[in-house]
Design a protein around this ligand. Structure first.
Ligand code: HEM
Length: 168
């Protein structure tokens, strides 16, 4: 899975001025990690609140479209912050991620999570009662919500795991 291109890219990135600045300025990496983690908390709470509403475990007295409208739109700008902080962390220590299969697992799970979340948001905004229409849809909604929680947890796990699976 890891090829010469990824090794070459990580060597090239490590030699750039930006990488050097990130590596040698002690406060940059902890600050980026702090912003990354705060953004993770924001995205994860928004997703879980909506998923638990689909399961009718939270905010039962509030219609699902209202809950979705309140929380889901915040995810997209915060994902952008995750992309920027994550990319800067990679530039600072390219080998930790670019030569590490766990990082690619995290990105693959992220792609699945984005499709699931966008699908959920799109279906609710185009048809507010979509997931309540029939018994089949209610079950499908619960399956999608459970899958969403599992996939986002997988991203959290893989994000933490990167540190323990990096190439020597
Ligand atoms: C959008 C693109 C993203 C990129 C490029 C990215 C990249 C990174 C990088 C490079 C690290 C540092 C890993 C290390 O060196 O140990 C990291 C850590 C982490 N990421 Fe991301 N990430 C992204 C999105 C996300 C998302 C969406 C989540 C979860 C919702 C997430 C959760 C985490 C967690 C939990 C850590 C561990 C932080 C720590 O222990 O300090 N990341 N990420």
């Amino acid at each position: 899975m890891i090829d010469v291109g990824q090794v070459g890219l990580s060597k090239w990135l490590a030699a750039t001025q930006l990488s050097h600045t990130i590596q040698t300025t002690t406060w940059i990496i902890p600050s980026l990690q702090t912003i990354h983690i705060l953004s993770v908390a924001a995205v994860f709470s928004a997703v879980v609140l909506v998923d638990l509403r689909i399961w009718r475990l939270l905010q039962r007295d509030e219609p699902l479209p209202d809950v979705a409208r309140r929380f889901l739109p915040t995810i997209w700008p915060v994902l952008l912050i995750l992309l920027v902080t994550g990319s800067l962390l990679i530039i600072g220590e390219p080998r930790r991620s670019l030569i590490n299969p766990t990082f690619y697992l995290k990105m693959a799970l992220l792609a699945v999570a984005i499709v699931l979340t966008a699908g959920l948001q799109g279906s609710i905004s185009s048809s507010p009662n979509f997931w309540d229409g029939t018994r089949g849809r209610r079950i499908a909604g619960r399956v999608a919500a459970a899958a969403s929680i599992l996939v986002w947890c997988g991203i959290l796990f893989a994000g933490r795991w990167i540190a323990y699976t990096q190439a020597g």
